[in-house]
Design a protein around this ligand. Sequence first.
Ligand SMILES: [Zn+2]
Length: 208
Amino acid sequence: MLQIHDNEDSPAKSRSFRNSEQISSTPGALVNTTRKREDYLEWPEYFMAVAFLSAQRSKDPSSQVGACIVNQENKIVGIGYNGMPNGCDDDLLPWSRSADNQLDTKYPYVCHAELNAIMNKNSADVKGCTMYVALFPCNECAKLIIQAGLKEVVYLSDKYHDTPQMAASRRLLSMAGIMYRQFKPKRTEIVIDFNSINYPGMLNCATK
Ligand SMILES: [Zn+2]
């Protein structure tokens, strides 16, 4: 089942419960299966969730970041997560954040999610597209985003806002006319349960 945790009470939810006609297999949960769902994922939540799901592929022990590039038709044209370059053994390269020698940290080697999403594109280019990314992009990724012709960045966290890299990134993105905005999720959590497909109305019934 998909567990959806709202930050606020939703009128749509109580309406759907009032019209309930079917009792799901989840104890206490009433599910309306005669009308369209009201609490389906909206596009921005969906794309950000795809970015977060992609991040689950990352082998980085301290930071898992995903990015999802979407064209003007709401079609996904690129997905990426942070990792070592293709053909470079991620068992041999370092993953630590600090060391006496910078060459013994991950930083000179790792490819950021934004880079991988752009390089993984399945379209001719990503001009005019929007990138959904978990973290505000660093200055190196800002350069890539600009040169690739993206028009907008939607990020979730800005936890490194006060670093020089992020200040440089904002400066570059602003000069290049690329919009960036923080995504404020209505839900705090989306849980994927593979068993949900075996139950009627499964996605509606698991709201906590
Ligand atoms: Zn970056």
